[in-house]
Design a protein around this ligand. Structure first.
Ligand code: DC
Length: 223
């Protein structure tokens, strides 16, 4: 039997990454940050000067991506790129390349390979709808745009990356609109996802709610 999967999808800066990491830690599961893979393709395309609409070459780049995850650090070839990946410029380029079917197709098997015992928590935009449609628990995490812009601002500040709140707000809205409007794997909740608005919740509250749903499901399976 395949290892169980919990998916956490939602718009930019909804807190998916932090929540997914904490849920995975609590359960001793592996963790997949699928956005990092799209960001890596984006960064590789900038380095190789491949235009954001050259689907053929971007598909090949995504296929041949030499990426390594080591704890919180991410490497492209042999270079650590964790900080570069976190910039809004990279996020916005990632959202451009993520529109292309050949890029998404190239990353599919790579994402599914993260599914290993004892289980996986995967975060992104289409984890529950496309990549792991048979996930045991699907969460769609939202928060108001103002709350998300402020969270992203604090996150970037902590990493020593410059940003202003009004420009972040505009970029987030533009990125969400692009992610939701694209033809392939748009950002939409899977029909069987549980929706959770985290605007007024702390990280710990969101994590414990998800762990509660997970336990309910596990008890349901045992009963
Ligand atoms: O989650 P993030 O901000 O790191 O993602 C960066 C971009 O990558 C996001 O704007 C859209 C794209 N993405 C996607 O299309 N599908 C995913 N599963 C994850 C990210």
């Amino acid at each position: 039997m395949s290892a169980p999967v919990i998916t956490v999808d939602g718009p930019s800066a909804s807190g998916k990454g932090t929540i997914a990491r904490n849920v995975a830690r609590a359960l001793g599961f592996h963790c997949l940050d699928s956005g990092a893979l799209y960001r890596l393709v984006a960064l590789a395309s900038l380095h190789a000067r491949v235009p954001a609409d050259d689907e053929e070459r971007l598909g090949v780049l995504a296929c041949e991506l030499s990426a390594r995850f080591a704890g919180e650090s991410i490497f492209l070839e042999d270079h650590e790129v964790t900080k570069e990946l976190a910039t809004e410029a990279c996020g916005s380029r990632a959202s451009e390349v993520a529109k292309l079917p050949k890029v998404r197709e190239a990353l599919l098997a790579r994402q599914r390979a993260f599914r290993r015992a004892p289980g996986l928590v995967a975060d992104g935009r289409d984890m529950g709808s496309v990549v792991f449609p048979d996930a045991a628990l699907k969460v769609f995490l939202t928060a108001s745009a103002a709350v998300r812009a402020e969270r992203r601002y604090n996150q970037l500040k902590q990493k020593g990356i410059d940003a202003t709140l009004p420009s972040l707000f505009r970029e987030l809205e533009a990125r969400d609109a692009r992610d939701a409007a694209r033809a392939v794997s748009p950002l939409v909740p899977a029909p069987d996802a549980v929706q959770l608005d985290s605007s007024d919740l702390t990280i710990d509250e969101v994590v414990s709610r998800i762990l509660g749903w997970w336990r309910e499901r596990a008890d349901g399976v045992r009963a």
